[in-house]
Structure formats: C-alpha cells, structure tokens
Write a protein that binds this ligand. Structure first.
Ligand code: ATP
Ligand code: MG
Ligand code: ZN
Length: 385
C-alpha cells in the first residue's frame, strides 16, 4: 500500500480540529449562524497554517447535506467528497499554473452555471497572487456582480501582491503562525494515534523549529520517524536531522567560552565543520539559550521553563549565576554580529567559529564596570585581572 504522508492524513476535517486559528474559525462559523455569507473571502497567511484546510471546512459548512450550518456533519456524501477533493460543486484551482486571462474567463463561465447538487458553487483559488494582470481584471468583473450561488475563497501567502480592487471586495482573514504549544499538542495527538514514542523534549524542539507551520512540523515528523527507524525518537535524532546542536553541546560550548578555554572552543568549532549544520540556526539556538539563561539569572530556575531540559537545569543555573548581566549582553551582541555576517554572505562555518572565539575572548576583556573603574581611578589595570 502506498504511504500517505502525515500532513495529508491529518488534515483537519472540521473547525474544531483546526489548530491555532480560533478567531478565523469563530468568525466563519458566526457568518453562517447569522446568515451573513459573503461572495469573496481572502485567506492569507504563512505556509502550512491551515488556509486550504479552512477553505474546505467552510465549503462543507456551506454545502453540507444536513443544511448549511456552522459545524458540518462530516458524514454526508458531500462532506466526504469535499474532504477527498471530489465534490462537483467545489472547484479548486491552483492559480500558480492556471493564471491566464483565459483561465479566468473559463472560471467566469463556469460560475454562471448553477451548482449541481449543493446550494453553493464554491471556487477555492490557491496562490491567487499568481493570477496575471489581465486575469485579475477578468476576475474583478465577476466579483463586481457575483451570481447569488457563488462563493470565492482565495488563499495566498502574499496578499500584498493582490490589486487593491480585488482586496477591497473580499472579506479578509489573516491566518497566524501556529504557537509552539498548539503545535506540540497536535504532534502529541498524532504520535499517540500512530503509536510512535517520542521524548517530550524532542516534541518541544520540533514544535519550536517548525516556525509556526504545522505542515512543516508534520513533514519533519515524517522524516524523523523514518530516521529513527523504529526506535524511540529523541532530541538527538531531531538535532541530527535538522543540523542543529544538542542543547548539552551548546551549554558545553558556552561553559568553555566562559572559562576562556580557547583550545576547547577551537576543537569544538573544528568538530562542527564536519557536520551538516546550518550556522544561522545554530546562532539562533545560541541567542535563544543566552536569553533564557539571562532570565534564569534574574528570575531563578523556573524562568528556564521548558527551554532547558531537566538534566541541564542545574548546570545552566550555575552558569547563569556566574556570568554578569553585562557579559550576557555582550555575548548576545556577538551572536547578533554573527547573524549579520551570515546575511552579508560570509561562510557559515567560519562565522560560527568566529562567534564562538569571540565569546571565549569576552572573558579576557575588562567588564564595563572595570573600565569605569579604570577611567575614574585613572590607574592602569591589567585586563586579565
Ligand atoms: N491550523 C491547522 N490545524 C490542523 N492542521 C493543520 C493546520 N495547518 C496546517 N495543518 C496541517 O498541514 C497540512 C496542510 O495545511 P493547509 O493545506 O491547510 O495549509 P495552507 O495554509 O493552505 O498552506 P499553503 O500556504 O502551503 O497552501 C494539513 O493537511 C494539516 O495536516
Ligand atoms: Mg494551501
Ligand atoms: Zn455533511
């Protein structure tokens, strides 16, 4: 049997399984409850956050055989056909490949015919920003005088590319990046349904690195499952797959740098060269860790939250206590400089190595208060003391 990827198998069927888009779901439901159904909707937002899924759910709600209702039955033939993408009155068009004026004219013609089975004929147009200029003009004509039974749902990741004339005729819904906790919860559900075991720390890491996209999180989980090949999925698997550093490695590196152990840092950096790491992500990790440690310094271990794995809590707290706030700020500044260098196109491995070396050098520089002391006292002081 052909394997279907998780992202396809776990497409949300109803509004209550649409994760992290509550205000969108509530507004669409209310529109139906209050019988205020528009002719054109624009779903905008980043990749893989539920735009197409929500469009299909809304289509079910409009066309469900048990009657138009805020929460479709999901069981009737129409609801099931919409889920499979085979409903005759739901026309899904990918504007990336059907963007010419002729395509839109065809669409206009089709919109003129009544729906065959259901109350509404619904056009779901994905990547609508790809429609050509002439195509938009043709589209505008239908939007100006839409047939009563027609509903358009446009989806796009780039709403700023749409002409104002189209935007102003749509009800706009902005889909948000999905929060880490929501992503983690959904992953946990999927893992339990698939009977796959994964460390909670690894789930948390994955949720964080999905950057708000549930599809990305699920695709990555697919890869992880294959990668771990039947054994329990650990944070280590994820770090290897994504080219990230393990949290213990990061803490090690910071400790080495804090000791001014240049030899240790150099050896560590050399080790990184052989690994398939993404320097930008590693710098992000470092930045995030430093911020959490700074918080722990001032607010205590609880401030580490779920960012610091339990096994590292004690070491991290010790590190946080030992460093000065100024030291943290200087380190964060250095990491930021590293990110800037990357953006300027410097070699990632070198950038990373330099950032780490600079961190280790911080130790040998006088602190701000030492400098002030030097200035006020007017006496020479060795920077190493
Ligand atoms: N909000 C969500 N709730 C539940 N699952 C989601 C959500 N967003 C994305 N997914 C998962 O990701 C898959 C793809 O989602 P969907 O096609 O709705 O995203 P999209 O926003 O249309 O993305 P794109 O911009 O790439 O078209 C779904 O099948 C589902 O598994
Ligand atoms: Mg989509
Ligand atoms: Zn139904």
């Amino acid at each position: 049997m052909a394997y279907t990827v998780l992202a396809r198998r776990y497409r949300p069927e109803g509004f209550d399984s649409l994760v992290g888009q509550k205000s969108v779901a509530d507004t669409l439901r209310n529109a139906i409850r209050m019988q205020r159904i528009g002719h054109a909707y624009l779903f905008s937002g980043p990749r893989g956050v539920g735009k197409t899924s929500a469009a299909r759910i809304f289509a079910k709600a409009l066309n469900c055989e048990t009657g138009t209702r805020p929460d479709p039955c999901l069981a009737c033939e129409t609801c099931r056909a919409i889920a499979k993408g085979t409903a005759v009155d739901i026309i899904e068009i990918d504007a990336a490949s059907n963007n010419s004026v002729d395509d839109v004219r065809e669409l206009r013609e089709s919109a003129g015919y009544s729906p065959l089975r259901a109350p509404y004929k619904i056009f779901i147009i994905d990547e609508v920003h790809m429609v050509s200029r002439a195509g938009f003009n043709a589209l505008l004509k239908i939007l100006e005088e839409p047939p009563a039974h027609v509903v358009f749902i446009f989806a796009t990741t780039e709403p700023q590319k749409l002409p104002e004339t189209i935007l102003s005729r749509c009800q706009r819904f902005d889909f948000k990046p999905i929060g880490e906790e929501d992503i983690a919860r959904r992953l946990d559900q999927i893992l339990s349904e698939e009977a796959i075991s994964m460390d909670s720390e690894a789930v948390r890491l994955l949720a964080r690195y999905a950057g708000g996209g549930l599809r990305d999180a699920q695709s990555c989980l697919d890869q992880l499952i294959t990668y771990a090949a039947g054994s329990r999925i650990e944070a280590r698997h994820l770090a290897e797959l994504l080219g990230l550093l393990g949290e213990d490695e990061l803490v090690n590196a910071l400790e080495q740098a804090a000791r001014g152990d240049l030899a240790g840092v150099l050896a560590f950096a050399a080790g990184l060269r052989g690994r398939r790491l993404r320097a930008g992500d590693v710098l992000d990790q470092l930045q995030r860790l430093l911020l959490v440690l700074l918080r722990m310094k001032h607010l205590g271990p609880a401030a580490g939250g779920t960012d610091i794995p339990p096994a590292l809590k004690e070491r991290c707290q010790r590190y946080a206590d030992e460093q000065s706030s100024e030291g943290f700020l200087a380190a964060l500044e250095l990491v930021q400089q590293g990110r800037n260098s990357l953006q300027r196109g410097l070699d990632p491995a070198t950038t990373l190595e330099l950032a780490l070396l600079n961190l280790a050098h911080l130790k040998t520089l006088p602190t701000l208060s030492e400098l002030m002391g030097m200035m006020v006292g007017g006496k020479k002081k060795s920077s190493a003391s």
